[in-house]
Ligand binder design. Structure first.
Ligand SMILES: [Mn+2]
Length: 313
């Protein structure tokens, strides 16, 4: 018996062998029938503090190989919820968007175009960043569809700083200005790096917010009609989570939320509506701890979002 080629696909599903793809799923070949497409957007030129999230997709892909153990057919048993998730779902990895340094307009056009091609294939775009500025060109691909936009974040991301509204602090502002969403909900707001004016301004404009403290209380008796029925796009800034479980991010803020909070809210949204796309952003491997816990958390969030989007279909 000859040993298998080192270039063969990761059939053995060992997390530490072969070429890393998201959770060991196959690469996307055009024309292939797919349910969700994982896409990296290694862009961090919108960062206003500590850069490095351009290496997020690579770190998350690598960490996600932890979930390749169970094999493509057998995945996944969610022991906590005692149910199978993503069973039989066709997930692929499309690699990364090609970024050209210092070409904002060009990069954002390519991002929108790539996400459009995923939507045209009838699949859910599963995006990882990159910094939070990538969310606007991603959501722009959904223009014309009546979407509800949910933003998990420490910050309300409505910065209108004089020099630019294209930073990672501005995606919600751009989505509002371009009227890309029927409704906007921001979950997990906290800390001392939001301006009080921004929060009152967006609430005046009809944006719903749940602060981190409010969310903990809300989850003890969730209001079933808080989320409307319809199509949802979900954006997750990893700084939503407490820095103890997500140290690898540019703007850590104490008092954050835990995975079960995220998962529980997501479950409620998925019961009310249909999740048609999502992103996980702001994971910075240079600031992660030695166990890469933030990269693993981001990979797990992607799987949780994929399940919320696909398991109802
Ligand atoms: Mn953000």
């Amino acid at each position: 018996m000859f040993p298998p080629s080192p270039f063969s696909p990761p059939e053995e599903n060992l997390p530490f062998t072969g070429i890393a793809t998201f959770a060991g799923y196959p690469l996307w070949e055009e024309g292939r029938d797919v349910d969700a497409v994982f896409l990296g957007i290694p862009y961090d030129e919108g960062t206003t503090y500590r850069p490095g999230t351009r290496f997020g997709p690579r770190a998350i892909r690598d960490a996600s190989m932890f979930y390749s153990y169970e094999g493509v057919e057998g995945r996944f048993y969610d022991a906590d919820r005692r149910k199978w998730i993503l069973a039989g779902k066709k997930v692929v990895d499309a690699g990364d968007v090609q970024i050209e340094p210092l070409c904002l307009e060009k990069n954002w056009t390519i991002i929108t175009r790539t996400v459009t091609s995923i939507l045209e294939a009838g699949a859910v775009p599963a995006i990882v960043g990159g910094d939070h500025s990538i969310t606007f060109p991603v959501v722009r691909a959904l223009k014309g569809r009546k979407i509800h936009y949910v933003h998990f974040d420490t910050h309300v991301d409505c910065d209108r700083i004089s020099y630019s509204s294209f930073t990672h602090g501005s995606p919600v502002l751009l989505i509002m200005e371009q009227e890309l969403a029927e409704s906007i909900t921001i979950i997990g707001v906290r800390g001392l790096t939001n301006s009080g004016q921004d929060i009152s301004w967006i609430e005046e404009k009809g944006v719903k917010t749940l602060t981190a403290r409010e969310l903990r209380t809300w989850l003890t008796r969730p209001d079933p009609v808080f989320f409307e029925e319809g199509e949802y796009y979900i954006s997750v800034d990893i700084d939503f989570f407490d820095p103890s479980l997500a140290p690898g991010t540019g703007t850590p803020e104490p008092g954050g939320l835990f995975f079960e909070h995220f998962s529980d809210v997501l479950q409620i949204i998925a019961e009310r509506g249909e999740i048609i796309g999502f992103d996980v952003v702001e994971m910075n491997p240079f600031l992660d701890d030695r166990g890469n816990v933030t990269a693993h958390l981001a990979a797990r969030c992607v799987l949780e979002l994929m399940s919320s989007a696909l398991d109802k279909r």
